[in-house]
Write a protein that binds this ligand. Sequence first.
Ligand SMILES: [Zn+2]
Length: 174
Amino acid sequence: MSPAPLSILIAPDPRLKTRARPVREEDGAAVADLVPRMFAAMYEAPGIGLAAPQVGVGLRLCVIDLQPENVKTPLVLINPSIVAASEDFVTREEGCLSLPNQYADVTRPARVRVRFHDLAGKSQEIDADGLFAACLQHEIDHLDGILFIDRLSPLKRNMILRRLAKEQRQKAAG
Ligand SMILES: [Zn+2]
């Protein structure tokens, strides 16, 4: 029997605001179990990135797949950190599986270098720009309990949270 699918937490769940702890060697079995289930939940949603805190797991781990030209290109990042960021910024519309149907323009460094461990425990570094750079920063933010709406003005943030709460109530009622 396959394990129950993971459910994705919806804001304002307090677990989304909690800083995740680093993955350690003894987490190996839990991580090996979690990663394929996170990909399944992300593809099902569908989304291009998912961080462990979004499924209620407080570990510094996220999965990304931008599916260039509709080809699955899964990437697992364990204990990722931004080691360099460009001085120029770009603004891009973002959404989040924990804030369904909510989108807003977010400004972030245009390019980043990210260091992480892969599933085999090997240290890796990638340079990213465009959508990939934004996605990496968005997912790493999740590990620090930061949602993209936290990078907006309080006015904009509250507007989105109110709209989301209303839609969730309607969904529950409908
Ligand atoms: Zn997100």
